[in-house]
Write a protein that binds this ligand. Structure first.
Ligand code: ADE
Ligand code: ZN
Length: 336
């Protein structure tokens, strides 16, 4: 990729670190840990990347995670992602991780966050800053979330915030309200997936029940004009993932994606990659594709990049640095 989207400085705010597990690394870790993957080869695994909806993806996503066993595995996974992201202009990243999917397999929570933090610390050399967002699995018993939270809450400084992911429809957010209330009281940020497959009521729920500051996806918000007004008025960011929405059939084709309508409605939209190893592209490729599909100008790309920085949980100082970098990027481009 040689386009502007590659060099544009930006923040990645919707990225499941387990969704960056490329097939080559999955097989390397399977060998290292003596784990049997249910696929004979990298090619066979890649051939399974044909999804009909969110659940069909989640089934494969959780199966592949079985190769992640040790602190080194989590470090290597995140380090590979951070190298790739840095090469695509990502300058700040807030990594989601699914702790329960690992602790339920006997992997200690400390090894998960330890390995991820090792990689983030090393990424300082790449000029990338970031932090961790612990996501609860909304389709698992709430007791499981409480169990992992009981450990996480003893060292909240290891986290930027908490999030909610996995199968949305039929799994309302309200059950997680007490955990979120505690997390917010500890000074953690609150985000939640909503309005990906579920309707606008799931977005309202995330806002009202969880106090979510950012909504992950949120594409179905457009179905409720009052919600759109609320999101716009309060500047609540929506971390949109175009490739994910196409691959999980939330929209038929990229051309049908609501991103332009969301921008036109005055929503604080950012472009992200969700699970890039599975969906065909990282932050740069997602931006490049929407720029091409919708004919976005350099100024519109700049707006998306600024949105990603202002929606981030980076320090005010770091935000200032990144906004200045974006301004320099814009200044180096001819005005249309
Ligand atoms: N976990 C990983 N990717 C996800 C997505 N797109 N929606 C919900 N949960 C997820
Ligand atoms: Zn997601």
């Amino acid at each position: 990729m040689t386009s502007d989207a590659l060099t544009l400085p930006k923040a990645e705010l919707h990225l499941h670190v387990e969704g960056t597990l490329e097939p080559d690394l999955a097989f390397a870790l399977a060998v290292r840990n003596g784990v049997d993957l249910p696929f004979a080869s990298v090619e066979e695994l890649r051939a399974a990347y044909r999804f009909t909806d969110l659940q069909s993806f989640l089934d494969l996503y959780y199966a592949c995670m079985d190769v992640l066993r040790t602190r080194e595995d989590f470090r290597d996974l995140a380090a590979a992602y951070l190298r790739r992201a840095a090469a695509e202009g990502v300058r700040h990243v807030e990594l989601f991780f699914d702790a329960q999917a690992h602790t339920a397999r006997g992997v200690p929570y400390a090894d998960v966050i330890g390995g991820l933090q090792d990689a983030l610390d090393a990424a300082a050399h790449l000029g990338v800053t970031g932090g961790l967002i612990l996501c609860f699995l909304r389709d698992a018993p709430v007791e499981e979330a409480e169990e992992v939270w009981a450990e996480a809450r003893t060292r909240p400084e290891a986290l930027l915030g908490v999030g909610l992911d996995s199968a949305e429809v039929g799994n309302p957010a309200g059950r997680f309200a007490p955990i979120y209330a505690e997390a917010r009281a500890l000074g953690l940020h609150a985000v939640a997936h909503a309005g990906e497959e579920g309707g606008p009521e799931y977005v309202w729920d995330a806002l009202r029940e969880l106090g979510a500051e950012r909504i992950d996806h949120g594409i179905r918000s457009l179905e409720d004009p009052e919600l759109v007004r609320h999101l716009a008025e309060h500047g609540i960011p929506l971390t949109v993932c175009p490739f994910s929405n196409v691959r999980l059939r939330a929209v038929d084709r990229l051309a049908d994606h609501p991103l332009p309508a969301m921008l036109a409605a005055g929503l604080h939209v950012t472009v992200n990659s969700d699970d890039p190893a599975y969906f065909g592209g990282y932050a740069g490729e997602n931006l490049e594709a929407v720029a091409e599909e919708f004919g976005l100008s350099a100024a519109e790309l700049g707006l998306l990049a600024r949105n990603s920085v202002t929606a981030s949980f980076a320090s005010a100082e770091r935000k200032g640095e990144l906004l200045a970098e974006i301004e320099r990027w814009e200044g180096a481009r001819p005005r249309e």
